[in-house]
Ligand binder design. Sequence first.
Ligand code: FAD
Ligand code: NAP
Length: 566
Amino acid sequence: MKLSDSRFRHTGCDDRVDVAIVGAGFAGLYMLHRLRGLGFTARVYERADGVGGTWHWNRYPGARCDIESMQYSFQFDTALEQEWEWTERYAAQPEILRYANHVADRFDLRRDIRFRAPVLAATWEETTARWVLRIGSGERVRARYCVMATGCLSIPNTPRIEGLESFAGPRYHTGEWPHDPVDFSGRRVGVVGTGSSAIQAIPIIAEQAKRLYVFQRTPNYAVPAHNRPLGRAEQAEVKKHYPEMRARAKKTRNGVDHSPNPASAVETAEEERIAEFESRWSTGGLGFLGAFSDLLVDHEANAMAAEFVRSKIRRKVEDPEVARLLTPRSTFGCKRLCVDIDYFETFNRPNVTLVDVSRSPIERIVPGGLVVDGDVYAFDTLVLATGFDAMTGALARIDIRGRGGIALKDKWRDGPRMYLGLASAGFPNLFAITGPGSPSVLSNMLPSIEQHVDWIADLLDYARKHRRPIVEATAEAEDDWVAHVNDVANRTVFPSCNSWYLGANVPGKPRVFMPYPRMPAYVRKCDRVAARGYEGFELNEAPVVPSPGSGLVRGLPHAIEGSPAA
Ligand code: FAD
Ligand code: NAP
């Protein structure tokens, strides 16, 4: 440690960590915990002033998970799993944030997290075979490995609407909500967007606001949440059988235990089919997608589910013209299916107006409101529920330079390229958690995060034991995987609409389907790769570099090279 300290003073660059982790959401927290357990020195850099990631930033009214809390939670520690009590079927944002803080405290993680520390650049230094990170504060850090736990939905997408900056009143983005609650009482509010965030926020804003305008470009499908308090007895029963439930979840397409029905909608008689849809509808939640096995792969089956949900929307909304506008015509589940609490019913309120901007886009924003097709809608508070630069946004904002100074942004100009969504050729020792090409946003994210973290931790341990700490995905393995992801995606309904899964929500972003739609097949592939000595990766020795005062050493004096296990 002394040698490292002197080197820090000598070079102005902190060399004291083996692994630099970027982001303190669930992924960064668990990565830190796992690496510590293996004896690595790891440190997290987080641009926010607290842990929680998504749940730190998205504090808009109504924010809550759409996967049941008992499943949207960590399973790596049985005591944690057993001791934490959820209060609702779908926990609200403050509770999930408390959970993230509890995890940080319970595993004593904060002492290795630097807050208000945005990572601006990460450069692969060939001579030392290390990543050099530049932090916003001016600090530089040199680490053997860098893990990007920067999130799939962590960079808000602010649309380029003329006059946006001229708006005179308060303006909020759902993905960057203030810490203090916003009171809409007596206010005239304009909400742009009708995705998951808007669908959660609108009913609550409508209850408070004097007047609410909702600007909708594309209507969305939503199924009811049927949220409710979680009783202790019910929770205890789930906890008694947690391992079985988690094991069942691992076998499903998206890592959620929702009793998927293996039958085909197309081959099921109409009466039976409707009964299955009704049953899922009354249960509530994303389990609706498990009603039949072909809903997301067969357009005829998909149309049946779509029509069922449309008929429900038409029944909920009193004004037929408003109902027509709110009824989606696109492929069902092609954009992320929303889970709502009284969303459609909100449009029956006298203080709520739906404004269709599908044919005539928002013309401009003015100090006192917004103009559509020459009509001015006057309001004093603007809410942008306009989503995220998803999956690649956070990585693209860091100047990441791999071998030969190649920028990741340039390599990904035509779309992200990763092997298993974990690593990219030409960027050795750099890993992403839930990166493009992994199930990520098409799955229950907590188990996906755990699977990625465990896999990366095992790989680093393996590389250390074999004294070959330089790990790089091969271009061939990456090409094959990218082709496979496209092939699988093209056999689903997902590429058939303009979703953020395809990057279609951000002007100029290449149109590439980013997540991998099959969780169990993905996990099997990762396990196979590991069992075959990390097939598709090259593992090499560290270069010999001069170390001040101690002659030549292979790398620097960290747990990685100096491990007793090595
Ligand atoms: P994040 O939580 O996004 O954390 C990434 C962290 O990295 C952030 O704190 C960010 O500040 C930090 N960071 C990024 N770039 C930098 C940088 N350059 N320097 C320093 N720090 C940086 N998933 C589900 O499975 N179920 C749900 O119900 C669900 N609900 C959601 C609701 C909302 C409103 C949103 C937006 C997403 C939801 N998701 C859900 C997806 C959610 O993002 C994941 O479940 C999960 O929280 C992601 O954790 P993470 O740690 O990977 O990323
Ligand atoms: P989103 O799904 O991308 O929705 C953004 C909305 O803004 C869309 O309705 C979009 O319309 C609209 N929009 C964007 N630019 C616009 C413009 N210039 N003019 C008019 N409308 C515009 O974003 P999100 O709602 O924040 O959700 C993102 C993801 O986060 C979700 O899909 C989900 O994975 C996650 N999330 C989950 C929950 C949950 O229930 N737990 C809650 C929130 C978020 P178009 O559709 O026409 O582009």
